[in-house]
Design a protein around this ligand. Structure first.
Ligand code: NAP
Length: 475
């Protein structure tokens, strides 16, 4: 179903899209497939909702968000099962994602009340200078499948908190999770038009969003390629944009690091969500003196990870999202092997009893080099290539040699070295001895072609606000 103007509706065309469980390749549901016309109706509804919504006191907007957070908390088990069924991640990881998603709602329910303006000392005795912060207006949000709940709330919560109504187009692979999030908005009585859901044709739904002058802001999470297209398409109506795009994270382990902690960190950063995470490790640089030991320990731990349907107990590696993802992983590994990498564990498609899905063995490659395709392209799969390095200057240069700049990780006990890395790494997020840095109260986002703008923290709400300068002459 679509959710437009406070109602659950079918698509105007009557079209439907199939939802497939990647663990079994079975069709688990059919949902309405929106086109441009549905998108337009949703935008018009949001436009009508804008004024009354922005005029509500922040405390009142916040209370809807708090109620929605409470509703999701109550329904976490069934929502987690839906996430696992439609995109494959193990159910405990799905619960972790939903808790993060709820944290964003809670955080922005509080931030709604802290949209402070500014007064500026004037150079003329009769003038009073102020900056007012106002909601930017109707916001269109386009989200990916890999975090089908958190990527929605990380946009909807700050937008609603700021006073902006939203129209969401979730990924076509994961419309059911989005519907469940919207059930929360419906159940807490969010005024009609304030949040709208239009799953469906990317080109038509999003095409309408970028063309329509009523949309003042586009917020996107997904691939760099599509993000660039949306920026170009938004230029004609000069929309405000924020872009959370692809990544290619280096993970650097110095000789002085606690190797066991670094190995555990690499597993957490690389293999959660079967490697389908924008901030997940893509290149592991290990100091040459400890590379062999690190490789042995890492492959020992990775070969223990249980592959299977994420609904089963103890599963750590679920299926990949689709055939394309599966083939891409295989191609990256073949290329690396041809160019001299050694497979320490995994390295091939996996077969799982009673499941017909896109499973791939978690893989560790030793002897990776900068010439391999895996060194520059986002794999988005469970493959950990290990490179070696000699000096910190050399490794920083290689780590930064990427068009991406989302997240980077570094393991060391040396404070000076940690500071050097913190300052030299050209990445929007740096985890030092920390493989899972994401948290609702901190800004998340990338440098270079990984994006524009930040989500999370007090910074995230600014993406949905305009600054209005007022000069008052009282003379
Ligand atoms: P994607 O192919 O770019 O899709 C993302 C969204 O854009 C989906 O809703 C998709 O709709 C829509 N879309 C696709 N083609 C479009 C087009 N031509 N015009 C308008 N909309 C279009 O990315 P994905 O495969 O879902 O997600 C993986 C990517 O997201 C990776 O690169 C990952 O690094 C990135 N990501 C970044 C962050 C971050 O915070 N920086 C977080 C998560 C993921 P359909 O599903 O209908 O095609």
């Amino acid at each position: 179903m679509l959710y437009i103007d406070g109602q659950w509706v079918q698509a105007v065309s009557g079209e439907e899209l199939e939802v497939i469980n990647p663990a079994t390749k079975e069709v688990i549901s059919k949902v309405a497939r929106a086109n441009g016309e549905d998108s337009k109706l949703a935008i018009e509804s949001a436009e009508r909702a804008f004024k009354p919504w922005k005029q509500k006191p922040a405390k009142e907007r916040a209370s809807y968000l708090k109620d929605a957070a409470a509703y999701l908390r109550e329904h976490i088990d069934s929502l987690a099962e839906t996430v696992t069924k439609e995109m494959g991640k193990p159910v405990n990881e799905a619960k972790g994602e939903i808790n993060l998603a709820i944290d964003y709602i809670d955080w922005y329910a509080e931030e709604a009340k802290r949209v402070y303006g500014e007064t500026i000392p004037a150079s003329h005795k009769d003038k009073r200078l102020m900056v007012l912060k106002e909601p930017v207006g109707v916001t269109a949000a386009v989200t990916p499948w890999n975090f089908p709940v958190a990527m929605i709330t990380r946009k909807v919560a700050p937008a609603l908190a700021a006073g902006c109504p939203v129209v969401i187009k979730p990924a076509s692979a994961t419309p059911l999770s989005a519907i469940k999030v919207f059930e929360a908005f419906h159940e807490v009585g969010l005024p009609k038009g304030v949040a709208n859901l239009v799953s469906g044709s990317a080109s038509k739904v999003v095409g309408e969003m970028t063309r329509n002058p009523a949309v003042k802001k586009i917020t996107f999470t997904g691939s760099t390629e599509v993000g660039k297209k949306l920026m170009r398409d938004s230029a004609d109506t000069v929309k405000k944009v924020s872009m959370e795009l692809g990544g290619h994270a280096p993970f650097i382990v110095f000789e002085d690091a606690d190797i066991d902690k670094a190995v555990k960190g690499a597993v957490a950063s690389k293999f959660r969500n079967a490697g389908q995470t924008c901030i997940c490790t893509n290149r592991i640089y290990v100091h040459e003196n400890i590379a062999e030991e690190f490789g042995k320990k890492l492959s020992g731990m990775v070969s223990q990870l249980k592959i299977g349907n994420g609904l089963e107990d103890g599963v750590a590696i679920g299926p990949l999202i689709d055939e394309g993802a599966y083939e891409k992983v295989d191609e990256h590994i073949s290329d690396a092997k041809e160019k001299g990498a050694k497979v320490l564990c995994g390295g091939k498609k996996a077969s799982v009893d009673n499941q017909n899905g896109w499973f791939y063995e978690p893989t560790v490659l030793q002897g990776a080099t900068d010439e391999m395709v895996i060194s520059t392209e986002e794999t988005f799969g469970p493959v950990a290539p290990i490179y070696t390095f000699t000096t910190k200057e050399e490794v920083v240069e290689r780590a930064n040699h990427s068009e991406y700049g989302l997240a980077a990780y570094c393991y060391t006990k040396d404070l000076n070295q940690a500071y050097f890395m913190m300052e030299e790494l050209e990445y929007g997020i740096v985890g030092i001895n920390d493989p899972i840095p994401t948290t609702a109260q901190a800004p998340f986002g990338g440098l270079k072609e990984s994006g524009i703008g930040r989500e999370g923290g007090h910074h995230g709400i600014d993406e949905y606000l305009e600054e209005k300068f007022v000069s008052l002459n009282i003379g």
